[in-house]
Write a protein that binds this ligand. Structure first.
Ligand code: PHE
Length: 351
């Protein structure tokens, strides 16, 4: 071989390398093509050096090395280009992220329906000048019964099946003990509400639980009459339901009020048609109320000749059921997240 022939050969090898570079689409293909050329025709060219005339060998070697280097650079540049393209395509797929897609669903917590209603009623009465007070869930017989004009042998005790504790105390059967506690603590005039948990030894069904929430209201001042009572009750229901609610007022007996009333609202679960929640009557007892009995005022160290007042015992749990259409009271105490997180979705037992 002479230098002229070698030049032709090297040009062919270079163009072969250029073709391989432009065809390779992946790093692996590029590496394979490079090794095929260096181990094939380039190696052959090196071997051919010994067939050169002695004085041309040096030049031949230099020429081959030049081509070798050129080809190596070409492949290296091609490899770099391929890598850069790969990064760019990764970037492109990142920019394919669509921010308008709906997010993955996460379950969010929320307030319990009874808490929502309680806070709403607290807000309404706070704006009317009432203070929000509390009271113990473990009560004495005195505050739960005696002070409320329900002496030991009175048949009214039978109406409130009681959990008695071994220490002679009891789990309060209503929030009414807060009435006398407030009278003794604050003295007249009084405007308080007392929300809280109550307990009764009940047979459990769609509308009865052994654990439920009430909200006691008490207003004591001079010249308070039934007209005030009714006005407050109507305002309360209108604010909670954001509409005029159909109500009926019946005489009701509670030893601690005189006169006493049962204020019922039209059942919101069945629209007054009759369902298990309203015991098929179409009405739900929601607001027992009345004028505070003189004996109760006396227990609270208030002169009944000077002061009068009204009291009510709003059934908070019932109110939450009516407001959110929860047909079964047991759901509210069950920890069933469907009832607690999104009560309006539950629909209730619409029978
Ligand atoms: N505490 C009574 C009950 O739970 C309700 C009530 C409260 C009635 C206040 C009249 C006045 O049955």
């Amino acid at each position: 071989m002479d230098l002229n022939e070698l030049a032709h050969l090297l040009t062919r090898i270079e163009s072969e390398a250029a073709g391989a570079v432009s065809e390779a689409r992946t790093a692996d293909a590029l590496r394979a093509a490079e090794s095929k050329i260096t181990k094939g025709p380039l190696a052959e060219a090196m071997k051919s050096i010994k067939s050169f005339a002695a004085e041309e060998r040096g030049q031949a070697g230099q020429n081959i090395n030049k081509t070798k280097q050129l080809i190596a650079e070409k492949f290296a540049a091609a490899m770099d280009a391929l890598r850069a393209a790969g990064v760019a395509s990764e970037r492109k797929s990142a920019s394919d992220f669509d921010p308008t897609l709906p997010p993955a669903r996460t379950l969010r917590g929320g307030l319990h329906p009874v808490t929502i209603v309680q806070r709403e009623v607290e807000r309404i009465f706070s704006s009317l000048g009432f203070a929000v007070v509390g009271g113990p869930e473990m009560e004495t017989e005195f505050y739960n019964f005696e002070a409320l004009n329900i002496p030991a042998m009175h048949p009214a005790r039978d109406a409130q099946d009681t959990f008695w504790l071994t220490n002679g105390w009891l789990l309060r059967t209503h929030t009414s003990p807060c009435q006398v506690r407030a009278m003794l603590r604050y003295g007249p005039p009084i405007r308080v509400i007392a929300p809280g948990r109550c307990f009764r030894y009940e047979a459990i069904d769609a509308s009865h639980e052994n654990t439920f929430y009430q909200l006691e209201g008490l207003l004591i001042d001079k010249d308070i009459s039934i007209a005030h009572l009714i006005a407050f009750m109507k305002l309360l229901l209108r604010e909670v339901f954001h509409r005029d609610v159909k109500v009926r007022l019946r005489p009701g007996f509670f030893p601690f009020v005189e006169p006493g009333f049962e204020l019922d609202m039209s059942c919101a679960i069945c629209d007054g048609k009759g369902c298990p929640t309203c015991k098929r009557s179409g009405w739900v007892e929601i607001l027992p109320c009345g004028m505070v009995h003189p004996n109760v005022l006396r227990h609270g160290k208030i002169d009944p000749h000077e002061y009068t007042g009204f009291a009510f015992g709003l059934g908070l749990t019932r109110l939450a059921m009516m407001k959110y259409g929860v047909g079964d009271i047991r759901i509210l105490n069950s920890g069933d997240l469907r009832g607690i997180v999104q009560p309006e979705r539950l629909g209730g037992a619409k029978v």
